[in-house]
Design a protein around this ligand. Sequence first.
Ligand code: BES
Ligand code: ZN
Length: 630
Amino acid sequence: MFLKSLSSFFIIVFSVILLITCRNEKKYAVEEKKPKIFSSGDPHSYSNPYKISVNHIDLNLEILWDAHILKGTATLNLDKKENADTLILDTRQLIISSVKNKEGMPLKFWLGNSDLIFGSPLTIILEKATDKVVVEYQTHPEAAALQWVTPTQTHDKKDDFLYSQSQAILARSWVPCQDAPAVKFTYTAKIKTKPGYLVLMSATNPQHIIESGIYTFEMEQPISSYLLALSSGKIEFKSLGKDCGIYAEPGMLEKAAWEFADMQKMIDEAGKLYGTYIWKRYDVLVLPPSFPFGGMENPRLTFATPTVITGDRSQVSLIAHELAHSWSGNLVTNAAWNDFWLNEGFTNYFEQRIMEQLYGKPYDEMRQVLAWNDLETTIADMKSEGLSADTKLKLDLKGRDPDDGLSDVAYDKGRFFLCHLEKSVGKKNWDEFLNKYFKAYAFSYNTTEGFLEYLNIQLLDKNPKWKKAANVQEWVYGEGLPKDAVKPVSTELNKVDAALINFFNGKLKPELFDTNGFTTHHWQYLIRQFGKKATLQQVENFDKIFKFSNRSNAEICCDWFTLSVKKGDTQNQLQIEKFLISVGRRKFLVPIYEALEKTPNGKIWAKKVFEKAKSGYHSVSSHSVEEILK
Ligand code: BES
Ligand code: ZN
């Protein structure tokens, strides 16, 4: 009897221990589920990181300003799986003069066929003991990532300026590397520029010019190749807080510092939401107007367009966005460009939370309504162009330029999905989950499927109601917006609607619109809603009253020029031409050129303007405009 009860006692104790261990094991397995093995190839890279991965790059480059060339060496440290003897790197238009091992002995290598988008694979045959390769190379004067800005194209009009833009797959045009976001490496660099110029990278940066023009850099936190960044020019620094500041051309520095005065507050707020900022410093470099994007989240040093220096702080959300990438993107990275929404959707959501925290709900509601309307238009356009599959969050970009995935879908369908999840499980649970998620995958990457698995195990499986409400399948793998997507509302913008109704009913003259306290967002909304019904005469009249064509705010100019071209207004051609020549941000160029292309005389005129403007555009923008006008 005693023995029997003793044995049952042990059985019970044993079962309980087993149960606890199993549960812990499950929990442990999930929390530690950082993908460390590259299970399959990235569709946009020739490299083979699942056999050999590069874990450190040391660059030694000289900037040859007259020739528009970077010349020197890239030394790559290798992490080899057993028996791996062939290293494949991505290159695009690179001229390779030699590949050696660390003892200086030449290694056998060859460049494969060149593809316009993907470039050429560089195959290197390794010896058994090789754990480092030294590639001696130079870039092509037309390297897709690099923009060699002439003095007249800069703000101060005095000096040359150079900057890189590596995302999505342009890093390979200035560094031979495994150009796949899942591969992370640390880097060091020695860069030689003109005496009197500064050099900056996505690393520890100098704050003063070194007369010799030779700078050294270290990025000891692992990053993906698309975050490699370089810039050089007559650049000055101004501190904005304890660990943040602005770099810009001297004539732009004070304006930029005023515009971004809230930077330290943003860093603090962001840290409160999703964990401390871990990249040591957060600085922003304001580039010449040809920069093709609004911003680029290069670690420790966001690159930004000067078009956000509007003098009214209306575009500071750009800083919130690029800063937010310090968590979503730079820390937890999309495994491949098919999972791009993991970078941009999360970042847009995070940006929204930071903005709401700093500037209040009504302000952010306006931004949400504008984004929602844009997203609806984008989805409708994509459907009519036969691109319905690209309205899914999970993309299939195999064989295509990853640039094709850069649309409102990743950014705003992604963001609204996360808003929907937040609502489905409650803000507190959602924030706890996100905190855990960023910690679990820090310095690693994730696929859409990996994220969904983590979401289910850590959150949705805990409550069937949450799981049902989340409707994950439809949001992620379905086309367009699901039926349970809730359109945002803005009381501020409803006032604009009311004024326009009265205007179109003939009850209110535009001169009498109450525009007191209008922000850029009110104006943008007014222009877009007005455009849906306006006649050419009304357009011309609005321009006389509100002087849209002569505004200095690029967001307003872009919306207005696009609308006036569509309506056949030609009175503001001078202003449009000036805008297209002075600004290189693709987001502004594309809608205006597209509108021009659709009008009978507009296309010929647009081609002439493009000829004049082209030399000032980065390859990313000129490529897009060429596609429109061909
Ligand atoms: N990382 C992107 C820019 C990008 C994406 C470059 C894909 C190349 C390929 C950056 O964070 C971004 O989203 N920029 C936006 C800013 C905006 C959403 C505030 C832009 O450039 O308009
Ligand atoms: Zn972004």
